[in-house]
Write a protein that binds this ligand. Structure first.
Ligand SMILES: NC(=O)c1ccc[n+]([C@@H]2O[C@H](COP(=O)([O-])OP(=O)(O)OC[C@H]3O[C@@H](n4cnc5c(N)ncnc54)[C@H](OP(=O)(O)O)[C@@H]3O)[C@@H](O)[C@H]2O)c1
Length: 281
């Protein structure tokens, strides 16, 4: 598999190699580490957004070419589509879609929640299409990225896409049928985890800790527990039992969590998020 640096230096010279349509939160989370780690040169990126003011801001912030015309982005070997799913129909009406592409078999990587490969292929008939589901911890290179490939994607392109996302975290290649569930757990999950951290910290404050310390402890405890489960290959029930002594503090807390239906609430949150992803598609 090529490294991410090799991926872009192997592609020709100084012309833009990565086109980004929609440089919002997610695209910036993907772009930032690539630029910061010097895996991608600024002149190799071109982006387009919807509003003049955000184009100017982003151009200044990242020192890359950002405009309102999608044509220069469409004509790159790698195209990242990162607008909202609801903005796709309007975007596809832009006259730039009728331009003739000079790049043979370019690759379209879509991060649009729920938008199926089949729909992407119809909308971008000259591209090979890939669905990518990144999550926000990609901002700190702790991301989880789910990838599903269209039938036209070659083996070389698969390893190129994988290399592109590697600096952001762990890459999982999945059948498209599992992608909505992946999104619900891995990409909506950080919001669910944030609520758990906030709730635990509130509990800490209620029990007498200063706010900042309680927030810090809650986040670090969650991270430490996750690392322990992962590194020692523990089933979550094993960790729970390790911490619960007969008649002790932990079992008293666990009893309350069961009474309030925490596990069922988390299960429903993931199922609802997956359903919503299917609806958006
Ligand atoms: N945020 C997440 O955690 C996350 C996680 C997984 C997947 N995703 C997916 O990532 C995608 C983007 O989400 P986001 O949170 O990054 O959204 P966002 O911050 O609202 O960014 C949307 C971007 O698209 C641009 N845009 C809108 N219409 C356009 C058009 N017609 N032509 C060109 N650019 C256009 C916007 O430009 P202006 O700023 O000028 O309006 C903005 O730069 C979504 O499809 C979402 O499903 C997001």
């Amino acid at each position: 598999m090529p490294s991410t640096a090799e991926l872009f230096t192997h592609l020709s010279g100084s012309s833009p190699q990565l086109g980004i349509i929609g440089l919002g939160q997610m695209a910036q989370a993907l772009l930032r580490p690539l630029l910061e780690q010097d895996l991608l040169k600024r002149e190799q990126v071109v982006a387009c957004v919807a509003n003049h003011a955000s184009a100017q801001n982003l151009q200044q912030k990242y020192q890359i070419e950002v405009g309102l015309d999608p044509a220069p982005c469409l004509n790159t070997p790698f195209l990242l589509l990162a607008i909202k799913p609801q903005q796709l129909e309007l975007f596809l009406q832009h006259p730039a879609h009728s331009i003739e592409l000079s790049t043979p078999q370019p690759l379209l990587i879509s991060v649009l929640a729920g938008v199926k490969l089949e729909r992407l292929q119809r909308a971008f008939p000259n591209h090979s299409v890939v669905r990518a589901v990144p999550n926000t911890p990609a901002l700190v290179q702790e991301g989880l990225i789910g990838l599903s490939y269209g039938a036209e994607v070659s083996d070389i392109q698969r390893s190129q896409v994988s290399a592109l996302f590697k600096p952001l975290g762990q890459v999982f290649e999945l059948p498209e049928s599992q992608l909505d569930a992946f999104l619900a757990l891995a990409a909506s999950g950080p919001a669910f985890a944030a609520l758990v951290v906030e709730g635990l910290a509130d509990g800490g404050v209620a029990a007498g800790l200063p706010r900042q310390l309680a927030l810090d402890l809650a986040a670090k405890m969650l991270k430490g527990s996750a690392v322990l489960i992962e590194k020692q290959g523990l089933h979550p029930a094993q960790l729970k039992d390790m911490v619960s002594s007969p008649g002790g503090t932990t079992i008293a807390g666990l009893r309350e969590l069961e009474r309030c239906g925490l596990r069922s609430a988390l299960m429903e949150a993931v199922v609802k998020a997956a359903e919503r992803s299917r609806q958006l598609g």
